[in-house]
Design a protein around this ligand. Sequence first.
Ligand SMILES: Cc1cc2nc3c(=O)[nH]c(=O)nc-3n(C[C@H](O)[C@H](O)[C@H](O)COP(=O)(O)OP(=O)(O)OC[C@H]3O[C@@H](n4cnc5c(N)ncnc54)[C@H](O)[C@@H]3O)c2cc1C
Length: 316
Amino acid sequence: MRVDQNRIHSVSTNRGTIYPKIVVNAAGVFSDEIAKMANDRFFSIHPRKGTNTILDHKASRRMMTIVSSFGTSSTKKKHTKGGGLVKTIDDNTLVGPDAVETYCKEDFTTNAQNVWDVFEKQRLTDPALFVRDAITYFSGIRAATYEEDFVIQKGRRTRNLVHAAGIQSPGITAAPAIALDVSKMAAELLSESREVHRNPSFNPIHKGIIRMNELSLEHRDAMIHKNPDYGEIICRCEQISRGEVKDALHRSIPCDTLDGVKRRVRPGMGRCQGGFCGPLVLQIIAEETKKPFEEIEKSAPGGEILFGSIKEVRPE
Ligand SMILES: Cc1cc2nc3c(=O)[nH]c(=O)nc-3n(C[C@H](O)[C@H](O)[C@H](O)COP(=O)(O)OP(=O)(O)OC[C@H]3O[C@@H](n4cnc5c(N)ncnc54)[C@H](O)[C@@H]3O)c2cc1C
């Protein structure tokens, strides 16, 4: 980043150099480092790890909402509700998270003891909670500041900068409100040097992909008549059809990785975690993108899944 007379002049990226009118620092756990590059660092991030576990649908039937128990020794801190049991919009139960200080901003490891501890704690709320119902678990890192508060403000020294930093829990819940604040600050900064107008063609409504298993039988029938791909189930656990996978691949923001499809339409999110549907999704990606199998990635370069055929036909 090149900063000149209290303004960010240019930002060098892996896709070339950008000459920004304004920079929004929303770099999560790295936001203190971006602030330093912009010559505007007045806060530090200390990473705090949390592990969550997802339970199978069948174990989630008795859960109707979000529950959390207060008052135990580990939930006394003011900055956290101390985890809980969350019924997700996809009908699973989320158990956790815990909160463990770490020195590493990219430590996404999980360990059995943390998972056991979270279950033991949440059994206060639901004694019928069993680790055997877990279908997956994962860790994330919260971007905590020493003040335990979000940093949403204009740069203190650097003029064309807005920080949306230190956004730890409940950052997802707060995101729409944070976005309003940040856009207001950005418009104020821009209007110091130019007229700023609302973009009349911006459409904030983004329609989701149709989920077949949420439709009535009549509606499903009509969809399958129009396009038989909606009648071919690819993911048995989550009841996702070939048509939905193809819809995900051809959206306005396209995707061509296994995880990209999984995040959009959920094949691989169920009990088998992609064991059955993974190869089928891979095949559909290859057909639709015309990429060879060996080039299809799990989520990013370096994450290729196949290296070649096991039984090649030997040339004569
Ligand atoms: C275990 C856990 C549980 C949570 N539970 C909840 C909850 O129940 N409710 C809730 O509301 N919130 C919850 N949160 C918090 C929520 O996930 C975060 O507040 C939110 O994701 C922060 O969003 P963000 O955009 O600020 O940062 P991030 O989502 O971290 O995004 C930052 C982005 O910046 C990119 N980046 C960083 N450095 C660079 C760079 N140099 N160049 C380019 N890109 C860069 C990163 O790749 C990343 O994509 C939880 C978080 C964790 C870890």
